[in-house]
Design a binder for this molecule. Structure first.
Ligand SMILES: C[S@@+](CC[C@H](N)C(=O)[O-])C[C@H]1O[C@@H](n2cnc3c(N)ncnc32)[C@H](O)[C@@H]1O
Length: 247
């Protein structure tokens, strides 16, 4: 999904209003699409990143030695209160075990008035990058479990999660990227790598099932080269000032 997450990260930092001089945390940094944009805008010394995957943590550490890269999850961030101006999660909320706790933790480590922002592909509205794949799966296997019920993957849900996490000034919107594929095989190949729910679905098919799904997907796409538009739900919110008790 790197073809999609890299252009998405460019839009994410613009919509989150990342500005020079700020300190930012990339939650669920993965292979680093968003980390790269943050380093470009803020400098490596102003960026921290965290991910539960040891291989991603090692890769980001090797690529950006001055980024503070940690191993861990959003729900238990190993950073002090008010450490950042922004805490950002690109394509991560739907993987969190407890998205509201994850967003609360992102707020805790961000200063009052700072930004918490997140995005998740529009899996429920059928405009995400996997829409053609899952439609082909449903054509053949109507009971298949797709990704449409994941946290944040439907319109308005990221805003609901931010409200539950007691964030303020919640502004939902949508990001759309366009990716070109030279051939159908360029589009299909990532699904064969066993990554994510779509990869897991392909991996459990036998060879005939995989060939049938591949053909069904090919019928749904134009001959190469072709472009795919993919949209993600986005939300930007602010951390409330701590209210002083008058008791
Ligand atoms: C689809 S990848 C997104 C990676 C990166 N943000 C990007 O846009 O390229 C999702 C990432 O979330 C990480 N992840 C899964 N559960 C998490 C959690 N509870 N807290 C933080 N990150 C998590 C995964 O290890 C993975 O690297």
């Amino acid at each position: 999904m790197g073809q999609f997450s890299e252009p998405l990260a460019v839009q994410f930092v613009q919509r989150a209003e990342v500005r020079p001089g700020q300190r930012a945390l990339d939650v669920g940094c993965g292979p680093g699409a968003l980390t790269t944009q943050l380093v470009d805008r803020l400098g490596a010394g102003a960026v921290a990143a965290i991910d539960p995957s040891a291989s991603f943590v090692a890769a980001i550490g090797a690529r950006f030695p001055d980024v503070d890269v940690r191993s861990g999850v959003a729900e238990q961030l190993p950073f002090r209160d008010d450490s950042f101006d922004l805490a950002l999660a690109q394509l991560v909320v739907h993987f969190m075990t407890d998205p509201v706790s994850g967003l609360r933790e992102m707020a805790r480590v961000t200063r009052a008035g700072g930004v918490v922002a997140a995005c998740v592909w529009d899996h429920a509205g059928q405009s995400g990058p996997l829409a053609t794949f899952w439609q082909a799966v449903r054509d053949m296997d109507p009971g298949a479990h797709d990704e449409s019920d994941l946290a944040g993957a439907r319109e308005g849900h990221l805003a609901e999660l931010c409200a539950a996490a007691e964030l303020a000034d919640i502004e939902p919107s949508k990001l759309t990227v366009r990716v070109e594929f030279a051939t159908f095989d360029d589009w299909w190949e990532p699904y064969t790598l066993g990554v994510g729910p779509a990869g897991a679905y392909v991996a459990q098919l036998d060879e005939a099932g995989r060939d049938a799904l591949r053909s069904r997907c090919a019928q749904r796409l134009p001959p190469g080269p072709f472009e795919v538009n993919a949209s993600a739900w986005f939300v930007r919110a602010r951390v409330r000032p701590v209210s002083l008790s008058t008791d």
